[in-house]
Design a protein around this ligand. Structure first.
Ligand SMILES: Nc1ncnc2c1ncn2[C@@H]1O[C@H](COP(=O)(O)OP(=O)(O)OP(=O)(O)O)[C@@H](O)[C@H]1O
Ligand SMILES: [Mg+2]
Length: 397
């Protein structure tokens, strides 16, 4: 048996039905869940290694919270099995109640007890039997936990309604940390924080959890957060995990067009695949493991498309949008000259409008013609995927 890899290097694409680890802390196998007639989870398979960090991303209503509630033991699965450290906690006729699973759960709404102070809310999670030193020890631990989530220990005396939404979320996090769980489930815990605080709190929480060796599952709407926080990203769509893999793999080699577009901006062009080269309006782009020959859709990330000094690949600036650190530039692509004169060329593109980014706001003005070059490989999807199938509409990011 091989030990679970700790490498952050890209690994081969992981099919949803394959375990990500040989000795997982959490193993979910074929889990389904209905609410009345609605099938919310349609066969979820997921393995999370001990001490690992998994981010679950997916559109609203796709079943992310439902999956966390099943893991925590607040809901029963209809079918399938959930195991912790190799022991079944739900399924196969077994049911281990929530309080015996050693799981910390920070709900999407924080859910603090309104009648208790912040300090009492946090102390509620403490195992006071483990703390020698009575009240003073409890107060000390509450202060430590507040500092851990970047809150002033003086806030312990306040009540939840006297805190902002973001502060309440962090108290909920402190309360869950107080239990010293083996597995922490975080349902959008940073969503009420502003950008700067969000990054700082995320880093602080990730550090605390990593130092304590706590296995963590984070649900988030924020793709950048998922990619930076986790060593495994699971993309939920329509009650199933569409792709599971390390952040680099799911971002650069998404399994399908919807996943590509969910995880970030994507430039998608009609292309003609021959061998491992896709011909499109941006020229010939190498593709690793093409799914088909002939007509395909080619996906590139906007940062792969660079403005060049010269070259044959050209586009005319349609408009620009200034965002501070970068400017987005919309370009109408020309047919590459080596193909324009050849009526037999098979690629279906030309005239598409794509969006790229550049740091220099003054480099592009509407009407200017720019030369472009592509760095790295593209990803090809079968042509029938996605709304632009048939090549009718010019496709953009
Ligand atoms: N207790 C319940 N009773 C009935 N339907 C429910 C219940 N809980 C969730 N649902 C439904 O199940 C589906 C999935 O809900 P869930 O909360 O898991 O989505 P989500 O992915 O967490 O969404 P969001 O990103 O908006 O939080 C939704 O259609 C929701 O309305
Ligand atoms: Mg939710």
């Amino acid at each position: 048996m091989t030990a679970p890899s700790t490498s952050r290097l890209p690994e081969p694409r992981v099919s949803p039905s394959v375990a990500a680890s040989t000795n997982p802390h959490l193993q979910i196998t074929g889990v389904t869940k209905n609410f009345g007639p609605q099938e919310v989870l349609k066969g979820v398979n997921l393995a999370v290694s001990k001490g690992g960090t998994t981010a679950i991303v997916g559109p609203s209503g796709s079943g992310k919270t439902t999956l966390l509630r099943l893991i925590a033991g607040f809901e029963h699965p209809l079918a399938g099995r959930i195991a912790l450290n190799g022991n079944t906690v739900a399924g196969d006729g077994v049911w281990v109640p929530a309080h015996k699973r050693h799981i910390g759960y920070v709900a999407q709404d924080g859910a603090l007890f309104p009648h208790l102070t912040v300090g009492q809310n946090i102390a509620f999670g403490l195992d006071t039997a483990k703390l020698s030193g009575g009240r003073r020890a409890v107060a000390g631990r509450v202060s430590d936990l507040l500092e851990m989530v970047s809150l002033d220990p003086a806030m312990a005396k306040r009540r939840p309604h006297q805190l902002s939404g973001g502060q309440q979320q962090r108290v909920a996090l402190a309360r869950a940390l107080a239990r010293e769980p083996e597995l922490m489930l975080l349902d959008e815990p940073f969503s009420a924080l502003d950008a700067g605080l969000r990054v700082a709190t995320r880093r602080a929480v990730a550090k605390v959890l990593a130092e304590a060796g706590v296995t963590t599952i984070l649900v988030t709407h924020d793709q950048a957060e998922a990619l930076s926080f986790a060593d495994q990203v699971a993309v939920m769509r329509g009650g199933k995990l569409a792709q599971i893999g390390n952040p680099f793999v799911v971002y650069t080699r998404p399994a399908d067009r919807a996943t590509a577009e969910f995880l970030g901006d994507a430039v998608i062009l009609d292309a003609w695949m021959e061998g491992s080269l896709a011909t499109c309006s941006l020229g010939g782009i190498p593709v690793r493991r093409p799914p088909a020959q002939g007509p395909v859709q080619l996906m590139l990330r906007p940062e792969q498309i660079r403005i060049a000094e010269d070259g044959d690949i050209r586009g005319v600036v349609v408009d620009t949008d200034y965002f501070g650190p970068e400017t987005t530039v919309r370009l109408k692509l020309a047919v590459p000259p080596e193909l324009a004169g050849r009526p037999d060329h098979r690629y279906p593109g030309g005239g598409e409008i794509i969006t790229i980014r550049h740091w220099n706001a003054s480099i592009a003005r509407p009407g200017m013609e720019l030369c472009l070059r592509v760095v790295g490989e593209g990803v090809a999807f079968p042509a029938e995927q996605g709304p632009a199938a048939g090549g009718a509409a010019p496709v953009t990011s």
